[in-house]
Unconditional design. Sequence first.
Length: 231
Amino acid sequence: MDINLGSDFLNYIIRRGLQPGDRLPSIQELTNDAHLDMSANKVREQLEVARTMGWVEVRSKRGTRIKDYAFTPAVRLSALYAMACGERFESFASLRNHVEAAYWQDACALLAKSDLDIMTDCIKRANQKLDSPPIHIPNPEHRQFHLTVFRRLDNTFVLGILEAYWDLYEEVGVNRYMDYSYLRKVWDYHSRILDLIRAGDFESAQKAFVEHTSLLRYEPDNASWEMERGG
């Protein structure tokens, strides 16, 4: 498919048929390439854009190489910029919730026993953190539990949105003011969701997921109860 990406550098990568792991020519070589016709400064500018988007990696000894495509970096950067401009995290959380609900049953049908074991381990480690003083918020386990549900889904755009959500979740500190009773309810729901998935009742598991995204969470900063849109 011949698509003009609006970048001579990116067009060069596609038209040369470069694949993940392939090494790009040096900036000097690119500058001298008659098919590219770009100054060194322009190459550097567009290379930096590609690096920021996660499409290439630059290492001192390995040079510049093409990376496997991932939607996550572009979504994360765009959403972070939007929030810096005043957009609310809750809007992105709502998008994520709807995406998970829409793809839930398809994703569950693809899960292997090893995936369910990972989710079981997440619950075990989370409960250990909640039971052991001082209490630690099981955020890594929370992220891994949800992303494991969708790990086998062959849709890079869905995965990009879901992965970016958890990056933003940590960046904006959503977990900073979660109280103990809320965390307990969340992980009780996770146990229930996993049991339903193991039983093959994906529809009920989906309903439990939707319910648990509407749990109440106390925010000391606001001294009020607000709907948690990203459980």
